[in-house]
Ligand binder design. Structure first.
Ligand SMILES: NC(=O)C1=CN([C@@H]2O[C@H](COP(=O)(O)OP(=O)(O)OC[C@H]3O[C@@H](n4cnc5c(N)ncnc54)[C@H](OP(=O)(O)O)[C@@H]3O)[C@@H](O)[C@H]2O)C=CC1
Ligand SMILES: O=C(CO)COP(=O)(O)O
Ligand SMILES: [Zn+2]
Length: 353
């Protein structure tokens, strides 16, 4: 008997383009959401977009509450939940980068409330995904969370954000190549659940981005358009898989460990990009695709070395040798690299001197 079933949760409305920030209230109306919204934001996105969105709500006769979080932690999720309950809101609007959107989607899940995703940076592929990514102690959780009811991605805001945020988003997408390699490996060796459609979508997204790399230039609003579409497509792959596997393999473990070792290190996307160069080498050796990944990253101005990340060589080696412990996710790192092997891969790929 055939007993398989799946439930894929995706946004109902996706609004992308120049000046669409002012459509948030209209989107809320289209979704028939009633009552007060709680805007969940972080300091810079608050100035850039959350305060103007709050003003749009006020102009429409809706009284929004607002909460500003500083970190992507369970404490922040707790604070948002407490604020939502105290302010008696009916739905959430995450306005910001990966941090604010992750916290909003996890709080929404707990509160059983809908949420809207309003990205202010094309820096990560969590814009539409149904996952939240949060560190806790020695580990890093990929938490099932509420996917957004709608996404409102204003390319004018995204294009005005610092250029490195956009290159971080590109690198988060390029890292899909190695994430899918790890996923296939884990399927072969550990029989982990696998979706051919999610894997293909994730790889195709990276391919389209790399093929359009010449459209990705600072000061070009079209870049924000190209990158945001890729970030959403990658997020849809995660929602189809109901796992971050299509977009998160060993290169993400490396980045999550760097976040622990060097909390004020580099952007998430930049770290996973450098990790991807090294894990591609581990998958394919000297003749594998690691040079293609490095060149793709370099072509969109993303870092390809530890020095460009602003992280010292020792920390890179420590992250490489310990990051397999951060979560139960089988990857090319297996049960861990020893120090000599870590030095070898980091040197051979030019990540360290
Ligand atoms: N759930 C998922 O599927 C995924 C989750 N993630 C998570 O997302 C996070 C990474 O996302 P990222 O966006 O890099 O992190 P942040 O949200 O921390 O944003 C990075 C920086 O950009 C700033 N910023 C955001 N928008 C603007 C703007 N318009 N102008 C100027 N500065 C701006 C932020 O300011 P400020 O400090 O003031 O907030 C912050 O300093 C990680 O926690 C990662 O784990 C990543 C991929 C997928
Ligand atoms: O960053 C992600 C995908 O780009 C997902 O994060 P996790 O590694 O926490 O699942
Ligand atoms: Zn990522």
């Amino acid at each position: 008997m055939f007993e398989k079933s799946t439930w894929i949760r995706l946004p109902r409305n996706v609004v992308v383009g120049h000046g669409v920030r002012s459509s948030v209230v209209e989107v809320v109306d289209d979704l028939h959401l009633q009552g007060r919204p709680l805007l969940v934001t972080s300091p810079t996105p608050r100035e850039v977009a959350a305060d103007p969105v709050a003003a749009d709500f006020e102009a429409a006769g809706i009284d929004p509450a607002i909460v500003t979080i500083e970190t992507a932690t369970f404490d922040s999720v707790e604070r948002v939940i407490e604020t939502a309950e105290a302010e008696e809101v009916s739905y959430l609007v995450g306005v910001g980068g990966g941090k604010a959107i992750d916290i909003a989607k996890m709080a929404s899940d707990h509160l059983e409330m809908g949420f809207l995703s309003v990205p202010t940076a094309a820096s990560h592929d969590g814009i539409v995904s149904n996952r939240g990514s949060v560190p806790e102690g020695d580990t890093r959780h990929s938490v099932a969370a509420e996917p957004p009811l709608a996404v409102v991605a204003d390319t004018e805001i995204l294009a005005e954000a610092p250029w490195e945020l956009t290159t971080a988003g590109c690198a988060d997408i390029i890292s899909n190549y190695t994430a899918v390699m790890d996923w296939r490996l884990a399927t072969r060796l550990k029989d982990v659940e696998y979706s051919e459609y999610a894997a293909a979508l994730s790889e195709m997204t990276a391919e389209i981005l790399v093929d359009n790399a010449d459209l990705i230039r600072p000061g070009l609003e079209e870049s924000a358009w190209v990158v945001t579409k890729a970030l959403m497509s990658s997020g849809v792959a995660m929602s189809i898989a109901d796992s971050s596997r299509p977009a998160s393999g060993a290169e993400h473990l490396f980045s999550h460990q760097l976040d622990r070792l060097e909390p004020n290190g580099a952007l998430h996307g930049h770290q996973v990009g450098v990790g991807s160069i090294m894990t591609a080498y581990l998958h394919g050796g000297e003749d594998g695709v690691w040079r293609d990944i490095r060149d793709a990253l370099a072509s969109i101005d993303a870092p390809t070395t530890a020095a460009e990340l602003g992280i010292d060589d020792e920390t890179v080696i420590e992250a490489l040798t310990t990051c397999h412990e951060i979560r139960d996710r089988y990857t090319i790192l297996g049960d861990g690299m020893n120090e000599r092997a870590a030095h070898e891969v980091a040197r051979k790929t030019g990540v360290i001197d």
